[in-house]
Design a protein around this ligand. Structure first.
Ligand code: DOR
Ligand code: ZN
Length: 370
């Protein structure tokens, strides 16, 4: 039995056993505008969690061998498509990993051929597999100019990597040092500031009157930095940008539930096997795909904003990306869902590793009804 089947069985069992509630919400099928699917055995294990719920997903290019060419993007798309379970109507949207020396032609060709949906800017060494990222953002202005002229969106991991800047300030400083100048140099560029974590980013995106939006993850809506650092170091809650103080979490919750079109869903689901999370240099990333929608629903419920859930999950993203909204609908029911403690990854040598999901072993109040 592969990882997908065992997970799916657990989900169905939980849904059947605990099916005793009446509250139900039905929304347009959502898209995930920021996800890490990885490749190989991890891809095989995690993909169904995303493709079961989301119709489209913007797939991050930071593989061990990053997606830096059109050929790699096409091969990766095919690898994903070959693993989509029967009955899941899922479309991966591929991204290009920007480096110091990528040619603008790749952007142009990839976009015109419909193979590359967006480009991802990782400041070098800002996060997982970003060592080939960009060392000098201004120096790749010709790439941004090309994207601006053809209409390709730019997705940004917004943190400076200057060792003199405190890790909790890296996002706010990035906005001042890099994002504001970039947006003023390229006023026609459509930009998404990914996985925002601060009140500073919320305020900046809200106030900016150009083509700027932000994605917000489920985990940054649920946890502050205490989850990771109080009562022992908990690598399960370590991600980048790191969760900040409570006041930032509250600002993110207000933004996500505000009904403002500049904030939309991007899970940043980022699976790492247990050993990689718990090693001497633990990997950043939280695997939330199996629980993302339920987790967002819980936040909107707590904020008394369930009527705004659909905008955030299913309408504002397509509007920003100029894509049609999805035709299908999906329902959530208010019934207790106990999140499984892990997902199995079956390696190609048949060894098994585990990935621990966000909210592992916890009770959530909303369950998918599919
Ligand atoms: O926590 C994170 N994990 N943040 C990122 O930016 C990358 C991601 C990953 O690829 O693991
Ligand atoms: Zn990410």
């Amino acid at each position: 039995m592969n990882g997908f089947r065992s997970w799916d069985l657990i989900l169905s069992t939980a849904e059947i056993i605990l099916n005793h509630s009446t509250d139900r919400i039905t929304i347009r099928q959502p898209d995930d505008w920021h996800v890490h699917l990885r490749d190989g055995a991890i891809l095989e294990a995690v993909l169904p969690s995303t493709s079961r719920v989301f119709h489209r997903a913007v797939v991050m290019p930071n593989l061990n061998s990053p997606i830096t060419s059109l050929d790699k993007a096409v091969a990766y798309r095919k690898q994903i498509e070959n693993l989509i379970p029967k009955g899941h109507d899922f479309k991966p949207l591929m991204t290009l990993y920007l480096t110091d020396d990528i040619s603008p032609d790749i952007i142009n060709d990839g976009f015109n051929q419909g193979e590359i949906f967006a480009a991802k800017l990782y400041p070098a060494n800002s996060t997982t597999n970003s060592s080939s990222g960009v060392t000098d953002i201004k120096a790749i202005d010709p790439l941004f100019a090309m994207m601006e002229s053809i209409g390709m969106p730019l997705l940004i991991h917004g943190e400076v990597t200057d060792p003199d800047v405190d890790i909790f300030d890296r996002e706010a400083i990035f906005i001042e040092r890099e994002l504001i100048p970039l947006l003023s140099r390229h006023q026609g560029l459509r930009v998404v500031l990914e996985h925002i974590t601060t009140k500073d980013a919320v305020q900046f995106v809200e106030d900016f009157s150009g083509n700027l939006a932000a994605t917000i993850t489920p985990h940054h809506l649920h946890i502050n930095r205490n989850a990771m650092l109080a009562n022992g170091f908990r690598s399960d809650f370590y991600c980048l940008p790191v969760a900040k103080r409570e006041l930032h979490r509250l600002a993110l919750r207000r933004a996500a539930t505000s009904g403002k079109e500049c904030f939309f869903l991007g899970t940043d689901s980022a699976p790492h096997v247990r050993g990689a999370k718990e090693s001497a240099c633990g990997c950043a990333g939280i695997f939330n795909a199996p629980v993302a929608l339920q987790s967002y629903a819980e936040v909107f419920d707590e904020e008394d904003a369930l009527d705004r859930l659909e905008g955030f999950t299913s309408l504002f993203g397509p509007k920003f990306y100029r894509l049609p909204i999805n035709k299908n609908f999906i329902s959530l029911v208010k019934q207790t869902y106990i999140v499984p403690e892990s997902l199995d990854v079956i390696n190609h040598d048949n060894s098994i590793e585990r990935i621990v999901p966000f909210h592992a072993s916890k009770k959530l109040k909303w369950t998918l009804s599919v």
